[in-house]
Design a protein around this ligand. Structure first.
Ligand code: NAD
Length: 494
């Protein structure tokens, strides 16, 4: 651990503070981090505003150069930062590395984007006039992030915000401050190579909800991108909206897969196991509900019970481990309570036993739960590896079940029937922000816009045109004639 902290330059930051950081691997304290004084937040916000005045005038391709350098520094630090993600968030090694790769990918994407922040030209009804749209930087962007993607979510937001001309203030999860500090050190190297970025362009605020709340309340911060539970979004969303700020909300999911009679079950089993137990079920896009056609239900459940029985659960750093710990024992207790509730609501549970992976860590067998119906517990997001299984007879019934939960993040269907596949992604199909065919609901690529509807919050981040959420649109009408005609034929002669 000491070597890792030294390699990432965070050894000094990991001692002497009041915030105790524990590794989910064994529950041991790995650091004591200094939190940000709430009284210091005002100064931080002022520095971000000053940085904005400079950064908004730096040409976007030059801003992209900073993000390009960040991508280079992340490549160099990938192994170390990935190992720290594993230590602090408990992800298995390849998922820790994958998270850093996602940061690199979004940097590459944002560099290209820095030359493509373009708007439309629009035909004017008036002679000698031209209309166009210009996209301008918006102002400081607060990024509030969750523990389960402790660094990638920041990079999705920061890479875009920076090329769009906005400074960033990052409030990471209080459970994962070390990976945030390490990311800032990596960014610091990119900033040093870049040379003339304004001070305060990217700042880190460490602490709990009270620190996040100062960002949420400040009208000097036009964009608040908040990732976390729906509970948090219910507080943050209305507060930002009340001051006419722009919230980008990425909240809880309750993602489903429909398995149709024609599905390739070999592929479905692999997709289900990865989506439901990967990251120990702690992805916003984790598979939580399986809606299986009655004709293939018994076979599929049998194969899943077998596959679940062979999962290696334990130290996420060990070769061959597929399921690491939950973030903490409270999270494990919530899973146990949800399984009890599922039983009380008529469910039959396979797995779900607490296991001694590494003493001190919160290890538990992923659970498959056969449900008689989509009961109350199934409609809630329990952030743990529980997969509820329900049957269906007609596709309409399956789609109705899939959509009958309050969340709307990710969804998928496994079918070889073109009509079913197209129906699922049609206007009358899945109501989620992500709808896949023959791919699980998790593990999205950065090229697409990421986010979901309903209680997932409606925000979009990452690829496609999500960058527009970080800029303000200006409509320009240019009159290059010598007359002054009014639109809609209005006459106003003086
Ligand atoms: P959480 O809601 O407990 O905390 C998330 C962040 O919000 C933390 O930084 C926390 O300090 C902050 N926060 C909490 N209350 C706040 C308040 N009143 N004001 C300002 N900030 C506040 O979530 P968590 O347990 O860290 O993460 C798990 C949740 O995040 C799950 O529900 C998961 O689905 C969701 N998630 C969603 C996405 C997505 O893209 N949709 C991605 C990752 C995680």
């Amino acid at each position: 651990m000491t070597d890792l902290f030294n390699a990432l330059g965070i050894a000094d930051d990991a001692t002497g503070g009041s915030l105790s950081v524990r590794s989910p691997i064994d529950g041991a304290e790995i650091g004591r981090v200094r939190t940000t004084d709430p009284a210091a937040m005002e100064g931080m916000i002022l520095r971000a505003q000053e940085a904005f005045r400079v950064w908004r005038e730096v040409p976007a391709p030059r801003r992209g150069e900073l993000v390009r350098l960040l991508g280079e520094e992340l490549r160099a630090a990938k192994a170390d930062l990935g190992a720290l993600v594993t230590l602090e968030a408990g992800k298995i090694t390849s998922e820790g590395l994958g998270e850093v790769q996602e940061m690199i990918d979004i940097c590459d994407f944002a560099v290209g984007l820095s030359r493509q922040l373009y708007g439309l030209t629009i035909a004017s009804e008036r002679p000698g006039h031209r209309m166009m749209e210009t996209w301008h930087p918006m102002g400081p962007c607060a990024v509030i992030s969750a523990f389960n993607f402790p660094v990638a979510v920041w990079s999705w937001n920061a890479a875009l915000a920076l090329v769009c001309g906005n400074p960033v203030i990052w409030k990471p999860s209080e459970k994962t401050p070390l990976t945030a500090i390490a990311s800032m050190k990596i960014l610091g190297r990119a900033l040093a190579r870049f040379g003339d970025a304004p001070e305060g362009l990217v700042q880190l605020a460490i602490g709990g909800p009270e620190i996040g709340e100062t960002l949420v309340a400040s009208s000097a911060i036009p964009i608040v991108s908040a990732t976390g539970s729906t509970r948090m979004g219910r507080i943050v969303g209305p507060r930002v909206a009340a001051r006419f700020g722009r919230p980008i909300l990425e909240l809880g999911g309750n993602n489903a897969m429909i398995v149709a009679p024609s599905a390739d079950l070999d592929m479905a089993v692999r997709a289900i196991v990865f989506s439901a137990v990967g990251t120990a079920g702690q992805r916003c896009t984790s598979l939580r509900r399986l809606i299986v056609h009655h004709s293939v239900r018994d076979e599929l459940v049998g194969r899943l019970v077998k596959a679940y029985g062979s999962l290696r659960i334990g130290d996420p750093r060990a070769e061959g481990t597929l399921v690491g710990p939950l973030i903490d024992t409270a999270s494990r207790d919530r899973m146990v309570a949800a399984l009890d509730r599922a039983r009380a609501e008529g469910g039959t549970v396979h797995g779900g036993q607490v296991v001694e992976g590494v003493p001190g860590g919160a290890y538990i067998q992923p659970a498959l739960v056969e449900m008689p119906a989509q009961t109350g517990v199934v409609c809630e997001e329990t952030f743990a590896p529980i997969l509820y299984i329900m049957g269906y007879e007609t596709l309409d019934e399956a789609i109705a079940l899939q959509n009958a939960v309050p969340q709307g993040l990710s969804s998928c269907i496994f079918t070889l029937n073109l009509r079913e596949a197209e129906a699922f992604v049609s206007a009358a199909g899945s109501d989620c922000g992500i709808a896949n065919v023959n791919i699980g609901p998790s593990g999205a690529e950065i090229g697409g816009a990421f986010g979901g509807e309903k209680e997932t919050g409606g925000g979009r981040e990452s690829g496609s045109d999500a960058w527009r959420g970080y800029m303000r649109r200006q409509t320009n009408t240019i009159n290059w004639s010598s007359a002054l005609p009014l639109a809609q034929g209005v006459r106003f002669d003086i």
